[in-house]
Design a protein around this ligand. Structure first.
Ligand SMILES: Cc1cc2nc3c(=O)[nH]c(=O)nc-3n(C[C@H](O)[C@H](O)[C@H](O)COP(=O)(O)O)c2cc1C
Length: 310
């Protein structure tokens, strides 16, 4: 079981839609991999429908450098959670994670993501359906609550009562989005709750963690937290899972690798989203902002290659 095999503490690259795709994960595996990858989230009703399945399966492709990797899924239909969870083991995933924390309006309107906080019975139903249809460990990623941080006690108790394999808590409410600092002051209370209700559940803390050094600092203060998940920290430093400060040449090599893998991949087709990645690599060296501005004007991979000479 993957969650038992990880070091203490372990580090995870957060699932990020439009970011942690198969291409970017391979680049990060090269720079310095986390102990565990998560996919971007995949909608269970897409997977369960004839029309959406091919696309869902493309999003669920695994690269040779990915394992161990967890598939993250979202939706609001318990039977679709069952259908999707049952397919993930043979695709090569080490676990299934349920997204009960996404604050996106379109996601919440359908009843998925953080909207689950308002429908705890449905959340439990989705969890139980997924669990009953897979032999993989099932984990949950969520927020403290919908409006107020204090909601964490009731909401996390509901989830911990199901004894998930792991629980990731993004230390903010849905309403707080990412606008306020993560509520690190609640970590001791959340650890206590986990210890009381489900000591076997691995507890993962998420929110504003910059890099490995920051995670280890938090671990010194909160040794009972099992793992730390880093999201946007990867935008500041693609080597954030290591103690290494990259040189300009190393960053350019990562960009080259990203472009090479993008050209080889079979499902990410449009060029514009690729440009979001430039700021990750063209950063923190003299002349970076001028170079980045030029790259943002490009329309094809070849134009980008011509500018950077790779
Ligand atoms: C661009 C972007 C896409 C995201 N997509 C997902 C997602 O698909 N699933 C999920 O659980 N969280 C998603 N998140 C939330 C992150 O996983 C993480 O919880 C959040 O960014 C807080 O961590 P951080 O402060 O380390 O970035 C996304 C965040 C960003 C910035």
């Amino acid at each position: 079981m993957i969650w038992q095999d990880l070091p203490h503490p372990f580090l995870i690259l957060a699932p990020m839609e439009g970011v942690t795709d198969i291409v970017f994960r391979q680049v990060i595996a090269h720079a310095g991999r986390p102990d565990l990858f998560f996919t971007e989230f995949t909608n269970v009703s897409s997977y369960a429908s004839e029309k959406g399945r091919a696309n869902a399966l493309e999003r669920l492709q695994i690269a040779p450098t990915d394992p161990p990797i967890i598939a993250q899924i979202w939706g609001k239909d318990p039977t679709h959670f069952a259908t999707t969870a049952s397919a993930l083991e043979k695709l090569g995933f080490a676990g299934v994670d349920l997204n009960f924390g996404c604050p996106d309006k379109n996601v919440n309107r359908t009843g998925g993501g953080a909207a689950m906080i308002k429908t705890p019975d449905l959340a439990v139903d989705c969890y139980r359906n997924a669990l009953a249809h897979t032999s993989l460990p099932v984990s949950i990623k969520t927020r403290l609550g919908w409006s107020h941080p204090e909601e964490y006690h009731d909401w996390l108790s509901v989830l911990l009562n199901e004894h998930p394999a792991a629980l990731t808590v993004h230390l903010r409410t849905k309403k707080e989005m990412s606008k306020v600092p993560a509520h690190y002051e609640l970590i001791p209370d959340i650890v206590k709750l986990r210890n009381e209700v489900s000591p076997e559940t691995k507890l993962i803390i998420n929110g504003d963690i910059k890099d490995k050094a920051h995670a280890l600092e938090l671990h010194t203060k909160h040794p009972e937290v099992d793992g730390f998940m880093i999201g946007r920290g990867i935008f500041q430093n693609p080597y954030c899972f290591t103690s290494h400060t990259p040189t300009r040449d190393e960053l350019m090599e990562l960009l080259k690798q990203h472009l090479d893998l993008y050209e080889k991949n079979t499902y990410i087709h449009s060029y514009e989203p690729l440009k979001h990645f430039f700021k990750i690599y063209i950063n923190n060296f003299p002349g970076a902002s001028d170079l980045r501005a030029k790259l943002m004007e490009t329309h094809t991979v070849q134009e980008a290659r011509d500018i950077i000479g790779l």
